[in-house]
Design a protein around this ligand. Structure first.
Ligand code: TXA
Ligand code: MG
Length: 315
């Protein structure tokens, strides 16, 4: 892991330009990046993540000029969303240019693009002067990384450069909106769906099932190694609490070996920011089970409730 210095940024830029892969902080979660136009470098991402190749990657751009090299069309709806939310945690799925390798989009004619706001992500994009394809920096299906330590724990053996930007500000992935062409919510995330609808009106919600277009739509995903149940910990018999951990939005519960409360005030933004962090912490304690409380399905609660049931599925 490298602290953020001009030298470590320069080192990461050099690795990227030589077709390598680096892990870096963004405002949402840590990303595992390679040059988006270099298909061999992109293939390394799939290899390191052990990610099924049908699963397309998000391409990160610095500015509109870089965007134009990646997306062939930018509708007025896309424009309205970009004006309001970029740079930031919004990913738009747009028609792709021929320059984007099929491996990045898993053969789809569309590409997922986002303009990140994190200064380190922006410094890398500026340094390489080209788009960077980056999924979250974790093995496929496991908890998303919100600290450099999380990345190191699962990928240190295969990633030479891990830039340590401290804990992620938002702690949950970007919201993904499909625009090919009808606006559709493909993954709830760090921007509440209500804020997006305030700009462009009602969003269609994608149905789960069928061929997934986002791994958030796959069955098991975002999963800790410890078995997880979606249950109100307060209603679990005392005898079952002893060797287990509890994850609460707010409030208290007694008798658990470990307890994580996401926000004393029940604030969903604060809760989402610490969500994966809390799951990583509980997962490191060798508990028999994690009992997680349901969140209200509104605001950032929707993003957490998208992930918790998938984390709860058995292998
Ligand atoms: O916050 C984020 O979005 C983070 C940071 C690193 O930017 N990245 C991230 O990437 O969450 P990842 O790979 O874990 O999720 C990317 C999602 C996947 O669900 C993928 O299927 C979807 O984007 N996606 C990518 N291209 C797509 C496309 N053409 N159509 C539909 N979904 C697409
Ligand atoms: Mg991911």
């Amino acid at each position: 892991m490298l602290q953020i210095t001009p030298e470590s940024i320069a080192r990461a830029v050099e690795v990227l330009q030589n077709g390598g892969v680096v892990a870096f902080p963004t405002e949402t979660v840590y990303g595992l990046g390679a040059l988006a136009f270099d298909r061999v470098a992109v293939a390394r991402i799939f290899d390191i993540k052990q990610r099924p190749s049908f699963d397309p990657l998000i391409v990160h751009v610095l500015d509109r000029a870089m965007l134009a090299g990646v997306a062939s069309e930018f509708s007025s709806t896309a424009e309205a969303l970009a004006q309001r939310f970029w740079p930031g945690p919004l990913t738009l799925v747009l028609p792709k240019t021929p320059a984007v390798p099929g491996l990045v989009t898993a053969g789809l004619p569309s590409v997922a693009v986002r303009m990140p706001s994190h200064p380190v992500a922006r410094a890398l994009l500026h340094g390489v002067g080209a788009p960077i394809a980056a999924p979250s920096a974790n093995r496929f299906g496991t908890l998303s990384p919100t600290r450099a330590e999380h990345v190191a724990r699962s990928l240190e053996a295969s990633v030479a450069v891990i830039l340590d930007g401290g804990p992620s500000l938002l702690g949950i992935e970007s919201t993904i909106v499909g625009l090919t062409p009808a606006p559709m919510l493909l993954r709830p995330g760090a921007i509440p769906v209500e804020s997006i609808e305030a700009v462009i009106g009602p969003l269609e919600r994608s149905r789960s099932g069928g061929r997934p277009s986002a791994p958030g739509q796959l069955a098991r995903h975002y999963a800790p190694r410890t078995p997880l149940r979606l249950v109100d910990p307060g209603s679990v018999p005392l005898s079952e609490r002893r060797n287990a951990g509890a994850l609460l939005l707010a409030g208290e519960v007694e008798g658990y070996q470990a307890l994580r409360v996401l926000s004393r005030r029940g604030d969903l933004c604060e809760a989402a920011a610490g969500f994966f962090e809390a799951l990583h912490a509980l997962d490191s304690l060798r508990l028999q089970r994690i009992d997680a409380q349901s969140m209200p399905a509104q605001g950032l609660g929707l993003a957490m409730m998208d992930r918790l049931p998938r984390a709860a599925l058995n292998r």
